[in-house]
Design a protein around this ligand. Structure first.
Ligand code: ADP
Ligand code: MG
Length: 426
């Protein structure tokens, strides 16, 4: 069992104090750093969505400047048996850098990553304390990979999502979730910044690249939609308006009236997503200045068309869902007496429903309670079953967040069991 609780203390403990590398949320949201040529308005974006096939040429100049693969992560160890990725849930952990505020509050690092997979969570100040008291507190977890700070965005993408993109081109659905408390790095991981774009943008860039490689086989068309579940209401982030109604049709659950944009290049996609993120519902709470209380879902649909003599036939359709979940912190941590508590309850409803679905999947139940929340209804075709699912648990390194980090790691550990069960069943 890879998750045995034998604690092997690392011979050299990782750098305690992470390099200062804080990038404001405003940057992510594009307020202070609009993309070249400015943020697209919805009208422009809609024009983009009208007609034409995905160009076979190189997408416009590189958004993808920073990063580069250099951390030396052994990606092969993660996908050691890629042919079995099918019904497995792969679970990853990413530790963000220590925040300025956390440093100023005198916090220390309570998370250590060893062997690129194992995460040690300890409340103790020093290695000596840890050796002495390890039996009393702290824990050891093993994941498919764990990303310490700093790990380039490109490495996170390559390890977690690249294979799902390949699957999508073969008609297989996939989903990637970022889970964790507010401020733990979910949006950074999913959306990133102009200089360091995250999984959403890198996935689409890779999708275009892969399509170009295969362009002689036929024509691929890529559509994307970006929506949020907030307070158990579904909203179109690319074309904000009234809440959307979920309906079930032959293709599964669909949000009626959701705009689907034809995507052409990564530049446009980043601009669209930044515009969409501006439309996300963020509210101040007591616990956090800007607490993202909505779940954001980017759905990328790739259609592979084979041209027959008289008509186009859609041969395969694959869908990739990339989900930036709302903060997983307890509603108790926020102001209970305001509207926020209702929102908290609803966020918990969606997250609880997600947890229930995961539990049911872990236990191999026939009935998976997707209907319990809007989030799980939307993800019905992208969680469990034959689709590829990836969880990225985001955590802070600071001991101030010890409790939240512990909860997050426990949740991730539970999600991991879906894979284990699936393997045993094989
Ligand atoms: P969340 O979406 O989970 O609430 P954010 O992604 O907004 O958290 O991250 C909180 C802050 O930490 C942001 O200022 C963000 O830029 C920064 N941050 C998070 N992860 C990283 C990382 N891996 N590298 C650098 N900065 C990060
Ligand atoms: Mg966020």
């Amino acid at each position: 069992n890879s998750n045995s609780n034998v604690v092997v203390l690392p011979t050299s403990v990782a750098d305690e104090d992470s390099k200062e590398n804080i990038i404001g949320l405003d940057k992510i949201l594009g307020f202070s750093c609009p993309p070249k040529g400015g943020i697209l308005t919805n009208t422009v974006a809609r024009k983009l969505s009208m007609g034409g096939l995905v160009p076979q040429s190189e997408p416009k100049a590189g958004l993808i400047g920073g990063g580069g693969i250099k951390s030396g992560l052994e990606l092969k160890t993660i996908t050691e048996n890629s042919s079995t990725v099918g019904s497995r849930i792969l679970v990853f952990v990413r530790v963000r850098p220590m925040a300025k505020k956390e440093k100023e509050a005198g916090s220390r690092n309570c998370v250590r990553i060893v062997n690129r997979r194992e995460v040690y969570l300890t409340e103790f100040a020093s290695e000596k304390d840890y050796l002495r008291l390890k039996r009393l507190r702290g824990r050891h977890f093993t994941f498919d990979a764990s990303f310490p700070d700093p790990t380039p965005q490109q490495d996170v993408y390559s390890s977690t999502t690249a294979e799902l993109v390949e699957g999508v081109l073969q008609g297989k659905n996939g989903s990637v979730f970022c889970y964790g408390p507010t401020g733990a790095g979910k949006t950074y991981t999913m959306l990133g910044t102009m200089d360091n774009p995250g999984v959403m943008v890198l996935a689409i860039k890779d999708l275009f690249a892969k399509i170009r490689q295969r362009s002689c086989d036929g024509n691929h068309v890529v559509h994307l939609s970006y929506l949020e579940v907030y307070n158990e209401m579904v909203r179109d982030l690319l074309s904000p308006g009234r809440p959307l109604v979920l309906r079930e049709d032959k293709q599964g659950i669909v949000a009626a009236g959701l705009t689907q944009y034809r995507a052409y290049s990564t530049d446009e996609v980043m601009a669209l997503l930044q515009q969409g993120n501006k439309n996300r519902t963020t509210e101040p709470t007591r616990a956090n200045e800007t607490s993202s209380r909505s779940h954001a879902i980017l759905q990328v649909v790739a259609e592979y068309r084979v041209r027959h003599a008289s008509m186009n036939v859609v041969n395969r359709v694959g869908k990739l869902s990339l989900i930036d979940l709302a903060g997983s912190e307890r509603a108790l941590a926020t102001d209970q007496r305001t509207l926020r508590s209702l929102e908290g309850a609803n966020i918990n409803r969606s997250l609880l429903a997600l947890s229930s679905c995961i539990n049911a999947l872990v236990e191999g139940k026939k009935h998976i309670p997707y209907r319990n929340s809007k989030l799980t209804q939307l993800l019905k075709d992208s969680l469990g079953g034959v689709c590829n699912t990836v969880m990225i648990a985001n955590i802070s390194p600071s001991n101030i967040s010890f409790g939240e980090t512990q909860n997050t790691l426990h949740w991730a550990d539970r999600a991991k069991e879906i894979r284990t069960k699936a393997c045993q069943a094989d």
